[in-house]
Design a protein around this ligand. Sequence first.
Ligand SMILES: [Fe+2]
Length: 277
Amino acid sequence: MFEPIDKISNLSEFKEDVFKGKIFVFKKSEITLKLVQEIRKNILIEYDGQLEKLHLLDNCEEISSKLVTNLKKIPEFKKLFKIFLEEIKFFHEKSYWDQFRVRVAPAQNKFSYREASRISSHRDTWGTNIHQQINWWAPISSISETNTMIFYPDYFARAVKNSTSTWDLNTYLEHRKREDFSYPSAPQLLEELPSDANVQSVNIEPGEILCFSGCHLHSSSKEESDNTRFSYEIRTICQDDLDNRREAPNTDCDLQWQFPKIFRNIDDNSPLKLLAE
Ligand SMILES: [Fe+2]
């Protein structure tokens, strides 16, 4: 279900495939390895041990929180990622992206600091209600079966109970401004998935990059692990997909509004605006 690819030969067909639920894995290249190396170089400033074994330190929580904070908004990461998007022939005029985030998924799943935590099952589009959203995700350290990202491919087009009808991004942001973290950062899954649900775990190497529709139901692995996981992610939206309503199906998102404000134009940093606004 994870289709390896070097470069996009037909962008429209590629997008159609993504919006139908196909998941691509871009192969390693000089630029993707350079990006991993650049992130690791910045991690080294705070932590010079083996990334997968960070949890063995007593102060691993403190280091993880510091790392994810320090690694936000380093412009070099986005610069390199843009070159990657150009090289694979994805980038064309008027595209938007959100923040470049490095995440730490702890081995034992016992602490939680936003980007330093395991994440439960969700669709990224539950937070924005924009179905043209494409997710890019990649490991920075080697990942193991027990600490990776997992997909529920059969639920791409199957609805699940969730809290999108009552969740609101603006309310969340207002709470966060007051440093009140009691409001959930994203809508939640409100049902237990069957234990025999088809689960596909991601097993890719640093330098490879996963590309999938933001409508996919996915989560962090649920098991305890011997390894801490470092990964990065970013989301993109292309103006021509918005214009042509080329998008993934809205399976079960009941948000009242669309929330484009987390997306910025890749070239001039102007905010994404949707016509309906
Ligand atoms: Fe996600």
